[in-house]
Design a protein around this ligand. Structure first.
Ligand SMILES: Cc1cc2nc3c(=O)[nH]c(=O)nc-3n(C[C@H](O)[C@H](O)[C@H](O)COP(=O)(O)O)c2cc1C
Length: 141
């Protein structure tokens, strides 16, 4: 079926076993559905999204780096922590744009940078934010 979906113009498949019937016997555990994403990706040469007890930033990144999936979906952990992606970006040292009023919520962006042991990172983050702000301002002009 994934091959047919691809032919019909489907861009990617999110590989979940559903969990919508009591009849299902699902062996849950960390990454429990990742093998499905991996198999569909290889078998049908289509992009896949992995999901299933993917809770950590590094865990998610490892799945992508290993080529087991092209995208990762965080379901229940994101319901529990709606700021999951902010925290993951911080953990992986990646930049994400915050709405302006939210920036001082970033642990490195208070009036006094709190992570004094990482001054280069704080400076890089501030530079990036300002550059993005300028780009957004000129786009709005
Ligand atoms: C509230 C909720 C509703 C879900 N509904 C569906 C659904 O309709 N169809 C489906 O295939 N999977 C559904 N799932 C399963 C998810 O797609 C996913 O496979 C599962 O939650 C594992 O990811 P997680 O461990 O990050 O939550 C649902 C999960 C939750 C928590």
């Amino acid at each position: 079926m994934p091959r047919q979906l691809k032919q019909l113009g489907c861009d990617y498949i999110c590989c979940t076993s559903g969990g919508v019937s009591r009849e299902q016997k699902i062996a849950a555990g960390p990454n429990y559905q990742v093998p499905f994403a991996d198999a569909v990706r290889r078998g049908a040469d289509i992009a896949t999204m992995a999901t299933g007890q993917i809770t950590g930033a590094r865990q998610a990144e490892d799945i992508l780096q290993a080529g087991q999936a092209d995208l990762v979906a965080i379901a229940r952990r994101m319901m529990f922590n709606p700021r999951w992606s902010w925290h993951a970006a911080l953990e992986l040292g990646e930049f994400v744009m915050y709405p302006e009023r939210y920036r001082t919520a970033h642990p490195m962006m208070g009036e006094v940078a709190k992570f004094v042991d990482m001054p280069e990172y704080t400076e890089a983050l501030q530079t990036l934010w300002r550059a993005n702000e300028r780009a957004a301002d000129s786009a709005a002009d």
